[in-house]
Design a protein around this ligand. Structure first.
Ligand SMILES: Nc1ncnc2c1ncn2[C@@H]1O[C@H](COP(=O)(O)OP(=O)(O)OP(=O)(O)O)[C@@H](O)[C@H]1O
Ligand SMILES: [Mg+2]
Length: 286
């Protein structure tokens, strides 16, 4: 299966895209921040995502739950263009990501975008991983300044000012000159969040941001994430923190075996799951 082989997309972003570039931008505000349409991902013969459809409205928090190996990280990596799709489409802020659609003789074909354009698209999406992946030889401040200076060409003075602001926002005003090895796991993860925010993303992806932390450090990271959600950031969060899903999530998705088995309002899905697989999973993590 190739990306060309998929069905024509449906939905607001797709309709806007079909109407041409001007309409695409004008209608983008009404479109969801993320629209995932019929996404499949194969690693060789291994079918990891089996037709995922999902819409994430602007300013909302979507929590993704599911057992190990169900494809949660792969889905985030596809949104962030760290993986190419086997089939399907992903729109972020109304833009088809990774590909350009070209119509020739009545047939629409997808062409992979230039790596530079992909890098530009990716820089609008912030990602936070389970392992914080900070640069060990750089202080917290330098970690947060790095991408705006290197990728965006921001002056060091401007980047420093912004990094200080962001580190204060995640409660690390007094730790800016510490190296990662001198910080707790919770502090390192908050630096990682500040680092992602330094690129002014329109979307933040979190892949089990608290599961490598000692239990007493989980709360401080979730508090920063809750704060970010309240500020209106669109977020997709893979986590096993059911309390967070219930209190901060606007939408919860339960994945199993490469597909979305059940989704809806967290209060509904988490208290009253319809599917047996969701029930089993919740019984296991609660
Ligand atoms: N680069 C890769 N090459 C081959 N197989 C992969 C690759 N990345 C992931 N997989 C496989 O895809 C499946 C889904 O993996 P994924 O990491 O998305 O699951 P997950 O839901 O995030 O699991 P976990 O909760 O353990 O993080 C697994 O079977 C995994 O082994
Ligand atoms: Mg994972």
């Amino acid at each position: 299966m190739t990306a060309d082989a998929l069905d024509r997309p449906s939905g607001a972003a797709a309709a806007a895209a079909a109407a041409g570039p001007t309409a695409s931008r004008a209608d983008a505000d009404a479109a969801p921040m993320v629209e995932i349409v019929g996404v499949h991902k194969m690693f060789g013969d291994l079918h990891v995502l089996k037709g995922v459809d999902l819409e994430v409205p602007r300013g909302s928090v979507c929590v993704v739950l599911g057992p190990s190996g169900s494809g949660k990280s792969t889905l985030l990596r596809c949104i962030n263009e760290l993986e190419d799709l086997t089939a399907g489409r992903i729109y972020v802020d109304g833009d088809l990501i990774g590909y350009r659609e070209v119509e020739k003789n009545g047939t629409k074909r997808l062409h992979r975008l230039h790596p530079k354009v992909i890098a530009e698209q990716r820089s609008r999406i912030g990602m936070v991983f389970q392992r914080f992946n900070l640069f060990p030889h750089m202080t917290a401040l330098q970690n947060v300044m790095e991408a705006p200076v290197q990728v965006r060409g921001l002056s060091r003075a401007k980047a420093k000012e912004r990094a200080e602001e962001l580190l204060a926002r995640v409660g690390l005003a007094d730790r800016m000159d510490h190296y990662p090895a001198q910080l707790s796991g919770g502090q390192q993860q908050r630096v990682a969040i500040a680092r992602a925010l330094a690129m002014d993303p329109e979307l933040m992806l979190f892949d089990e941001p608290t599961s490598a932390l000692d239990p007493e450090l989980v709360g401080e990271v979730l508090a920063v994430m809750r704060d970010l959600a309240e500020s209106g950031m669109t977020m997709i969060v893979v986590t096993h923190e059911i309390g967070f899903a219930r209190e901060v999530g606007d939408h919860v998705v339960f994945m199993d075996d490469g597909a979305i088995v059940e989704q809806g309002d967290p209060r509904e899905v988490l208290t009253n799951p319809r599917e047996e697989r969701t029930r089993e999973f919740l019984a296991h993590v609660l």
